[in-house]
Design a binder for this molecule. Structure first.
Ligand code: ADP
Length: 473
């Protein structure tokens, strides 16, 4: 087949375009910290929104009682009931109920949507309480995880900025999300109070902190990506006068929208962005998250196919946006069979490209590797950027200190809670990210920074926050 050399050149260009040397990553770290400052200084001061969550206190592990959580963040919603017995005893009982939101309700009215949710909630409560031996205590309290952009007005209320992910309930935009739910709950005659309104990153941080009080930030790598962290209130210039007993508060960065000229960008990224429904938006997310990685790979294969014969005639499937999902990309990347059977199967089944010789299959694996390597390393730089902003990257003390003993006194154990299927299910992404954090921080500091996976923060974390914010505690 002709064009091998051209294909190699395309690959080399992609590799160059995606290069993330440690020097480059450090520039991204600095840019992240700078943008965080700017977003905290004034409303609209940065592409990072740096939204206040009004969650000033994270769970301690001493919470007690039975609480509910409702998680609405995509096509499913879930209801949980959790029993806490203090001493981080964890969660004795946690019952899940996952339900799809009927398609027609995703674009109906807020009353219809929330009546549907409240009805399921009521049925769940009645079922659980009839089965449960623990007697119902006081009033029922609910943690509501709503993973759409919200401008919070308190820890339990906030107005929807805009819908994403296929939802479009027009009359909800600008309205108080909790109030809509609370009214529907009342209409159904259920005695329950919305105690907190959060997003999935805040739930992850809460769950992380519940188990380990050194947890100061949380990041989600799933379909999208976002992060939140604990900030000192006096650093939030745009909200002067915000006083909290803890002296700190959780900030929702909406970091998917981060942008910096230091981000290594290729023509494939530029095309992906301009073909998207939200051009110039969510630039960081488009290089990192599960929704997009597979599509970057598709675009590179398409380019190679157009420039050569190595994939046979150009398959029409290569023109279909998002046809190559990230889990398939991961499966190709991690194919360890000697003949790369899995790569051949996916090329054939998904892209309708057959009889691909082994050295071309290896090339496809390499493309997946380059794209994920960049994504994971940029994610790492983002995390270190947060650490830098809050003085936990060692740069404010340790590097200028001469002796090790001083540095050890200065540096504190720092935990970052991480969740999302891209991180938990894609081994190469996970390994590259952790490796890069080590590289950026260096051997002296890296041991103090721990990346810890939590499970189900958007559900369990919300219930625990409901407990720590409950009116009865
Ligand atoms: P959410 O949709 O709420 O973000 P998840 O955290 O489960 O939920 O993330 C789902 C996304 O993770 C999928 O859209 C997909 O892009 C990515 N993903 C899921 N499984 C894998 C996998 N095995 N390898 C790579 N990415 C995956």
């Amino acid at each position: 087949r002709r064009g091998w050399r051209r294909v190699v050149r395309v690959l080399e260009e992609v590799e160059d375009g995606c290069a993330t040397t440690v020097g480059r990553l450090r520039q991204v770290v600095d840019a992240m910290a700078v943008e965080m400052h700017a977003g905290l200084a004034s409303e609209g001061g940065s592409k990072l929104k740096m939204l206040l969550t009004y969650v000033h206190n994270l769970p301690t592990g001493n919470e007690r009682g039975t609480y509910y959580a409702l998680d609405l963040g995509g096509t499913n919603f879930r209801v949980l009931r959790i029993h806490l017995e203090g001493q981080r005893s964890a969660v004795i009982q946690h019952d899940l109920d996952r339900q799809p939101i009927p398609q027609n309700l995703m674009t109906s009215t807020s009353e219809e949507l929330f009546d549907f949710i409240a009805t399921s909630l009521k049925e769940f409560v009645e079922k659980e309480e009839s089965l449960s031996e623990t007697s119902q205590v006081k009033r029922r309290e609910l943690g509501f995880t709503f993973s759409f952009p919200v401008k919070q007005t308190s820890s339990s209320s906030g107005n929807l900025i805009k819908w994403t992910k296929g939802f479009y309930v027009e009359d909800m935009v600008g309205r108080d999300v909790s109030e809509c739910l609370q009214q529907a709950i009342s209409r159904k005659g259920l005695d329950m109070r919305v105690a907190v309104l959060i997003n999935d990153t805040v739930g992850t941080l809460a769950l992380g902190h519940y188990h380990d009080e050194d947890t100061v930030a949380a990041v989600v790598f799933g379909t999208g990506t976002n992060a939140c962290y604990l900030e000192r209130t006096d650093a939030i210039i745009k909200c002067q006068g915000l006083l909290t007993t803890s002296g700190s508060t959780v900030v929702n960065m909406e970091w998917g929208n981060f942008w910096s000229s230091h981000l290594p960008r290729t023509s494939y990224d530029i095309d992906l962005d301009s073909d998207s429904p939200n051009p110039n938006d969510q630039g960081f997310e488009k290089m990192i998250s599960g929704m997009y990685l597979g599509d970057i790979v598709r675009r590179v294969i398409l380019q190679m196919s157009q420039e050569s014969d190595v994939f046979g005639p150009v398959s029409s499937k290569l023109h279909v946006p998002f046809i190559l999902r990230t889990p398939l990309m991961a499966a190709m990347h991690e194919d360890d069979s000697p003949n790369l059977k899995e790569v051949a199967r996916i090329l054939e089944d998904t892209l309708e490209i057959s009889n691909v010789p082994r050295h071309i299959r290896k090339l496809v694996v390499k493309i997946c590797d380059v794209v994920t390597h960049r994504a994971a390393r940029l994610a790492a730089a983002g995390i270190v950027g947060i650490l830098k902003k809050i003085g936990r990257d060692g740069s404010s003390g340790i590097r200028s200190m001469k002796t090790k003993s001083v540095s050890q006194n200065k540096m504190r154990r720092t935990v970052v809670a991480v969740e999302g299927s891209l991180y938990t299910n894609y081994t190469m992404f996970r390994e590259y990210m952790n490796e890069a954090i080590g590289e950026i921080l260096g051997d002296e500091i890296a041991p103090y920074v721990i990346i810890k996976v939590t499970e189900d923060g958007s559900g369990i974390g919300a219930a625990i926050l409901a407990a720590s914010h409950s009116s009865s505690s």
